[in-house]
Design a protein around this ligand. Structure first.
Ligand code: GSH
Length: 200
């Protein structure tokens, strides 16, 4: 399996999951400005032009983070990153989707150099509103879904990493900060951060 990634980007989430699952894979860095990888045209790998992309051993590609994460977790259900069925799976996917669509997408304006300071300030306020929900969900728990690490924790970790880097104002969310520190200590996470070496 190959993972196309960009250092510190949302592709860090499946990168963490691949390590947590102990999968065999290669990670291929993509230059998102030039849309190239190792001299190749990245649009030929993903016509949508973005990471993450998971390339299977049969050369089929899977895009869209939410789908890549489910595909990977289902390869090793014994790792319990995503329950196989029933309401437990529904709850995990509900939280994962909230993080992707409500948190991740809200960050977009902060990464755009053309965004005015006024819009940046209101974007940060909006992200804080989203984090109020996450803060409550983490109350009395080590991880989002209970007391063990699951897919939504990997995604939240990467978002909080961005939020800290972009000074979004996460100091007022102690549960979120504790969650970040807890996930940051996981050997798989340390390995990925060292491997990606970059920041968003
Ligand atoms: N809908 C995609 C969005 C992925 C995405 O936003 N990727 C960003 C990095 S975090 C990217 O590669 N942007 C570069 C581009 O769109 O050209 C998913 O959920 O996988």
């Amino acid at each position: 399996m190959n993972l196309y990634f960009s250092p510190g980007a949302c592709s860090m989430v499946p990168h963490i999951v691949l390590e947590e699952l102990g999968m065999k894979y290669e990670s291929i860095p993509v230059d998102l400005k030039a849309h190239t990888y190792g001299g190749g045209d990245f649009y030929k790998v993903n016509p949508k032009g973005y990471v993450p992309v998971l390339e299977l051993d049969n050369k089929q590609t899977v895009t869209e983070n939410l789908v890549i994460l489910q595909y990977l977790a289902d390869l090793k259900p014994e790792a319990k990153l995503l329950p196989l069925g029933g309401m437990e799976r529904v709850r995990h996917l509900e939280t994962l989707t909230f993080i992707t669509t409500e948190l991740h997408k809200s960050f977009g304006a902060l990464f755009n150099p053309k965004t005015s300071d006024e819009v940046k300030a209101s974007t940060k306020e909006h992200i804080q509103k989203r984090y109020e929900i996450v803060e409550k969900q983490l109350e009395g728990k080590d991880y989002l879904m209970g007391n063990s690490f699951a897919l939504p924790d990997a995604y939240l970790f990467v978002m909080t990493r961005w939020g800290k880097g972009m000074k979004v104002g996460l100091e007022k969310f102690p549960n979120v900060l504790k969650h970040f520190d807890r996930v940051n200590e996981r050997p798989a996470v340390k390995k990925v951060i060292a491997a990606e070496g970059g920041k968003k």
